[in-house]
Design a protein. Structure first.
Length: 359
């Protein structure tokens, strides 16, 4: 039985505004699940429904075999780490970490043992007598995690816990959260809008848009086999390049260029002869030779590779990622192609729905 099961979960606010539609997910014991998507996509709302901070309009929430759909938060055996740390400024770090256990009237020796064990894991033993304002942002976030650890909950919930930290500190805290997960072997749900966090932390990613789940899978699945145009352009930095065109006589033809298809591509696109489709290619899968003329606008040299920006046909902006230092000049023209093993094809979007991947 899965440790956490979200079954046909809907969230509808007063006035009929729906934030989450038919959310379904089974989370195995010890699994690290990351919910990712743009602001307003419903990921934090979903997490808050698991926590009991938002009511579930329709559907069921099962935790460790127990129906928790209508249970109050204190009875769900979960712990939540918030974006803003939510520490008590007048308490010491020790008192903050012990607070939930003190409320439960646990034995003082048990409280001390649990707090010291969490402080050891999080490298906070020398900070226990300080107040939160005396700590850095990263240390305060570790205290918030320590307060969750001492409770030994069935599920840990993280709501964008690193968004208030600078880029360097976010990187180190990501590593700490990964190590924490391995040490505790705990079930974790983590919300972020940062795809780097999603790709580096998750056992599985849930990619959301406008309240709908777009794809669930291992990070490499979402990156290499996106289910639709939304996932293809949201996951990956820089995002996937997209071109609209038509399949005609063994080629992809757009207003900008004609791209001959490989035998493999011809086979799986045979039902799309004469139909309009979208061709997608990631920047690192663009080759430095081929049938397409790219007019350079600028380079971003990043050391081991270069992001080369250019235009096709004078309008279409394309980003290439080449595995070396490049010194192209503005308006220089080069020939590019697309790796046939790493190109993607999608149906055209219908209304608000993204275009489905053509498998």
């Amino acid at each position: 039985m899965p440790d956490v099961s979200l079954q046909h979960i809907d969230k509808i606010y007063d006035g009929g505004v729906q934030a989450v539609y038919d959310f379904n997910l089974d989370i195995a014991d010890g699994e690290f699940i990351v919910l990712v998507g743009p602001s307003g996509c419903g990921k934090s709302t979903t997490l808050r429904m698991v926590a009991g901070l938002e009511d579930i309009t329709n559907g069921n929430l099962i935790i460790d075999g127990k129906d928790c759909t209508r249970l109050p938060p204190k009875d769900r055996d979960i712990a939540m780490v918030f974006q803003n740390y939510a520490l008590y400024g007048h308490m010491t770090i020790y008192e903050n970490m012990a607070f939930s256990l003190t409320l439960r009237k646990e034995n003082k020796e048990v409280i001390h043992r649990k707090v010291m064990a969490a402080a050891e894991i999080l490298d906070l033993k020398t900070q226990l007598n300080k107040k939160p304002k005396q700590l850095s942002g990263g240390q305060r976030q570790r205290v918030a995690m320590g307060r969750a650890i001492v409770r030994n909950p069935k599920v840990f919930l993280f709501d964008e816990p690193l968004s208030n930290l600078d880029a360097k500190l976010r990187g180190s805290m990501r590593r700490e959260i990964l190590l924490l997960h391995k040490k505790l072997n705990a079930t974790m749900m983590y919300v972020t809008h940062d795809q780097t966090e999603a790709l580096t932390l998750a056992d599985r990613i849930v990619c959301m848009s406008m309240g709908h789940v777009q794809q669930i899978g291992h990070p490499i699945d979402l990156y290499e086999r996106p289910a639709n145009t939304f996932v293809a352009t949201f996951i990956g930095l820089p995002p996937m390049n997209m071109f609209e065109g038509k399949i005609e006589k063994g080629a992809f033809k757009s207003d900008l260029f004609t791209y001959p298809l490989s035998d493999k591509q011809k086979e799986f696109l045979k039902d799309y002869e004469g139909k309009e489709v979208i061709l997608g290619v990631r920047p690192e899968n663009i080759l430095r030779e081929g049938p397409v003329t790219l007019k350079i606008t600028n380079n971003e040299n990043l050391g081991m590779n270069t992001l080369v920006h250019g235009k096709i046909g004078g309008t279409k902006i394309v980003v290439c990622k080449f595995a070396e230092w490049c010194n192209y000049v503005e308006d220089e023209e080069i020939k590019i192609g697309f790796d046939p093993e790493m190109t993607h094809f999608f149906e055209l979007p219908e209304g608000d729905l993204p275009g489905k991947a053509i498998r």
